[in-house]
Design a protein. Structure first.
Length: 474
């Protein structure tokens, strides 16, 4: 049989098949035809929806974290039942890569009540001393830069007896874009906050790739993306990190309130602009599952962690926040999240709590904060939120962590504050460390003529009891 003949046979079969379908369709009554057309239309819409969702998901920076790689302490089966916990990491990636090299200025635990859809937010203060999952007690914000989202999640689970498995990381540029797209947010800005925003707004605008519009006054006003993002990042002289985390939670709440009222066109624009600046390990199925209840979610109480805390400079670690104690703070955290009274932390938390206590020593709780975000100008007190008395209010201090390019700031997660770093001046093995007994400048070295206890030092110029010593406050 020739190829031409085979071609004609296929054509005749195809024509007969079409005729049979047409004859079958003509034999249907009006209701059957209408039902068939509706089913075909629904199927086509379903295909379009799948393609659309796939295109959305493709815009995200996604990664897979295997469940066996997630650390969860040995906990009673009743812990966290009925709740789903996520974590939001926020920071300035600088290089545009939100999966690594990120300074996590924000660590916010999001706890969703699966039944009521109430969402509680807990900000973990970035300079809080915690176990980084490797037995090293360091500032918690360095976990992400060391081991990405996986290490940061495991750090939270290990130290706080949580079961977080999913995360979202957002670059500050994305926050500014999102706020602009929902039309800005209304905030009551205090005089101190107004001055601080204007001081740092140009730097935020540069990072976000936007123009800076300086504030002209304090009080209630509509902030654009750059203004609101700067407002969420300031801290020196305006309540330090404690008040800053309150501002961040306030921004999240106000953006969420406006986002749920956005039309479909705005939502599409948000997806196109924001999703490429987000990293997550949420699957498409999980995202769709949470998205269907979006309008039902409501933000409830918010707080900061540690709840009972102190602050100060720790040798080898810089200016830190420390829980007093981690064990008691974890109990308070579970009471806040789940309503659990007298929660008994796991053995792992108890062990870490002891390690932190041995580093912190006999330190006292910070005095209550006198600054609340919003136009109070420091006249009100928010329970549980305190300020660091050791930090000056001068924003030009070289230790100001809001100076992003300052490599010497102890709050910069890129600074080698690890005691194992040989270049760290606080490392006791560093020959330049004044606490190293081998350094010639060590005041404990008996041959050092500058030591105040050296009888050969006639002027005793470094003696704090000497009234002529320039550092003597008397």
């Amino acid at each position: 049989m020739t190829s031409e003949r085979r071609k004609k046979i296929r054509q005749r079969r195809k024509a007969r098949s079409k005729n049979r379908i047409a004859k079958w369709f003509r034999g249907l009554n009006k209701k059957q035809k209408a039902l068939l057309i509706a089913l075909v239309a629904m199927f086509l819409l379903f295909l379009v929806a799948i393609i659309y969702v796939a295109s959305i998901f493709g815009k995200l920076n996604t990664e897979e974290i295997k469940e066996e790689e997630i650390i969860v302490n040995e906990l009673p089966d009743t812990v966290g039942v009925g709740y789903t916990n996520f974590v939001i990491f926020g920071g300035d990636s600088r290089k545009g890569d939100v999966k690594k090299d990120l300074n996590t200025d924000s660590i916010i635990i999001v706890s969703l009540n699966n039944e009521t859809k109430e969402v509680k937010l807990v900000s973990v203060y970035r300079d809080t001393l915690l176990d980084l999952t490797n037995g090293k007690i360091q500032k918690c914000n360095s976990a992400y830069s060391r081991g990405g989202a996986k290490q940061a999640i495991n750090m939270l689970n290990m130290n706080l007896d949580l079961d977080i498995k999913k995360y979202v990381t957002v670059d500050f540029g994305a926050v500014a874009d999102l706020i602009d797209m929902v039309g800005g947010i209304e905030v009551d800005v205090s005089t101190a906050e107004y001055k601080a925003v204007n001081k740092y707004i140009d730097e935020t605008a540069h990072v976000a790739g936007k123009k800076a519009k300086h504030l002209t006054h304090s009080g209630v006003q509509l902030l654009d993306g750059v203004q609101a993002t700067t407002y969420a990042r300031i801290r020196k002289g305006v309540g330090d990190d404690y008040a800053r985390t309150q501002r961040q939670r306030l921004i999240i709440q106000k953006v969420a309130e406006k986002a749920v009222k956005s039309d479909l066109a705005t939502i599409n624009k948000i997806i196109d602009k924001i999703f490429p600046q987000i990293a997550t390990n949420l699957s498409m199925t999980e995202m769709l599952s949470y998205a269907k209840d979006f309008l039902r979610y409501k933000i409830g109480e918010t707080t900061g962690f540690p709840i009972i805390r102190g602050s100060g400079t720790i040798p080898g670690k810089g200016s830190c926040v420390f829980p007093l104690t981690l064990k008691s703070n974890v109990s308070e955290l579970h009471k806040f999240l789940y309503g659990t009274e007298d929660y008994q932390p796991s053995d792992q938390v108890v062990k870490i709590s002891g390690s932190i206590a041995s580093i912190v020593g006999n330190r006292k709780e910070d005095p209550k904060d006198t600054h609340t975000p919003g136009g109070s100008d420091g006249d009100t007190t928010t329970p549980g939120d305190t300020t660091t008395p050791s930090d000056p209010t001068n924003p030009d201090t070289p230790d100001n962590p809001d100076t992003p390019d300052n490599p010497d700031t102890p709050n910069n997660p890129d600074t080698p504050d690890d005691s194992d770093n040989p270049n760290n001046p606080d490392n006791p093995n560093n020959p330049d460390n004044p606490n190293n007994p081998d350094t010639p400048d060590n005041p404990d070295t008996p041959d050092n003529p500058s030591t105040p206890d050296n009888p050969d030092n006639p002027d005793n110029v470094n003696n704090p009891d000497n009234p002529d010593t320039p550092d003597n406050p008397t």
